[in-house]
Every structure is written in structure tokens, then in C-alpha cells.
Ligand binder design. Sequence first.
Ligand code: BYC
Length: 328
Amino acid sequence: MYGNLTVIDSDEQARLLDENPEKLRQFEERIARGEKIEPQHWMPKEYRRQLIRMIEQHAHSEIIGALPEGTWITRAPGFRRKMALMAKVQDEVGHAQLLYNAAETLGKPREQMINDLLSGKSKYSNVFNYPAKTWADTAVIAWLIDASAIINQVANSKGSYGPYARALERICQEESFHLRYGYDSVVTLATGTKNQRAMVQDALNRWWRPVMHFFGPPDSTSEHTQILMRWKVKMASNDDMRQQFFNQYVPKIREIGLVIPDAQLAKDKETGKWTYGDPDWSEFFRVIKGDGPCNKERLAVRRAAEENGAWVRRALRAPEARYAVPLS
Ligand code: BYC
């Protein structure tokens, strides 16, 4: 039992844990000693399955996550902002590459992962199913979604699976730059003209709820947290990460004069914990099941990209491609 997490021990999970008790014991001892699990090590089937699910979803989130901000590259206010946004979007796609590589070490081919994304079988982060309506949306995404991602990734970069932990470490270094870029963009708008302030407040009003959802459902209903924390894949629970976000970012948001759209948001003086209004978890579940404002559009863009790039992959696989080595 971890905190107030529900114990979810399905028959299937129990069977998988029982597959080789001696090897399982050694595996868990290795994790308890703080050693990394590498692809060549024995691991329970359930550990492999969970890691593939989580890393693959994370990779999909990075490429789909490039889309809301990506649509603003051509409309960025000025050359410097355009350059910075372009670099950020490129970084996000690079993160997907690192993560697909990490997931492939567990035996699932990249092509299959992409097919599962395009068919709707695999999930990706809820937040990228909302539209970026104004330039201020890109600022709020770069600040608060990247901040949320850093909280999640810094914690999990200390996790047990070597290839995922190392990919997260590298990703976090780039995300720190995104966070500064996002903060600078939000501050510029929040201290700008009346219209700019209204625009960034409006963006915050629309993104606050998806950002609350980003950390996953409440611990009491989280299906996977218990097993993932037991094996140190997930290093903090969903609610703990959400609390960490409140602790770090609520004061910063207020400091620049923005209003958080939750009348019930308050810090309990005794426990130090934030309480907040119900962020409508039914909306979260609807969105992650494919019924958000932009799910169809996001997958359509990825499908088109996949189709448009098919000839390049075919050409690279052709036997003649072996001879296409650049002359030195
Ligand atoms: N969105 O048992 P739970 C970025 C699903 S991109 C969608 O708590 P778990 C960026 C969950 O998959 C970085 N689905 O799950 C890029 C499960 O469904 P399935 C994104 C979610 O795994 C571009 C069900 O709900 N970061 O930074 O223990 C521009 C039950 O949940 C979500 C990551 O992907 C969600 N938010 O914990 C800017 C982090 N939450 O699979 C920025 C990697 C839950 O049984 N992922 N679900 O069908 C994780 O850390 C964990 O998977 C989560 C969820 C904390 C998200």
C-alpha cells in the first residue's frame, strides 16, 4: 500500500508477478539497491509491459505536443520569438526520438508504436487535445505544461529503467530552457498592454484545467501507480506531483498578477497541502478516450505526415540505398 492508493491486484497481475519468484526477488533487490535495470537484464513481463505503455505514451505526447505550438511558428510576433519557438518545437520532436529509442529497447518496434498511435490504440497526453487559440496559449503551454513535465520527468529520471532514466535526464536539460522561454513570454504579456494582459489571462483560464489533468487521475483511482512505484518507474504519485506543481507555481502565477481560475484553491496551513475545486475528471476521461476538442485533428495531421513521409522510408529501405553513401 502506498499512501492512500488503492491496491489493485488483478489476477492477471498476480500471475505475472508469480512467473518466477526467485528472479523476481533478485530483480526487486537490484531495484532496492538503487541499481538500474538494463535491457539485457531479466525483468517481469508486467514491468516490461508497463514501461512500454508509459514510455510509448510519453513519446507520442512529444510529437503530438509539437503541434499546438507548431501552428504558431508562422505567426510568431517577431523574428526572435519565431526562432525560439522553432527551436523549442524541434526539441520536442527530438525528445520523441529519444523516447521511441528507449521504448524499442523493450522489444516493441517503432513502426508498431506509430501504428498504435494512429489507430487510437495508444494514448498521449490529454493536454495536446486542446487548441492553441492565440499567441498567449503558446506562452502558457511553454511555461506551465513544460513546468509540469519537468516535475514529472525530474522525479522519474531517478527511476529504475536505465534507458528511460537517461533519456529523461537529457530531456529535462532542454525542458529547462523551454520553461525560461515560456516564463519570459508570459511575463512579457502579463506586463504588457491591457489587451495582452487580457489575452494571457484568457489563455490561463482555458489551460488551467487541462494542466491539472496532466498529472493523471487522483491517486485513489490511478490504476497503475501502485505497481509503478513498487518498481521505481514512477517516483511520485499523481497527487504528489500535482501538489508539487501548486507549491512551486501558484505563487509565481499570482506574483505576475494573473488570477488562477479556481475559487476554491487554498493552502491548508496545517498540512501545507493545496485544496482545489473538482477539475472535472469526467472531461479528462472523455478527452483521453478520444473525444476532446482536437483529438481528431491531431491524429489527422500525424496520419498525413506519416503518409507524406512514406516514400522516404521506402527509399531508405530499398537495397540501392546501401550504395547512397556520401563521397568523402
Ligand atoms: N494524459 O493509472 P494512471 C511535454 C491515463 S510531453 C493521457 O494514473 P500512470 C511537452 C493512463 O495512461 C510530456 N492519459 O497512469 C511536449 C492510464 O490509461 P491506460 C508528457 C493519461 O501511467 C510538447 C489511465 O489514464 N509527459 O512535456 O500511472 C510541448 C490511468 O492513469 C494521463 C508524459 O507523458 C494524461 N495526462 O500515470 C510541450 C509523462 N494521465 O494507459 C510539452 C509520462 C493518465 O491504462 N507519463 N492517463 O490506457 C507518466 O508519467 C504517467 O503515465 C502519468 C500517468 C503520470 C501521465
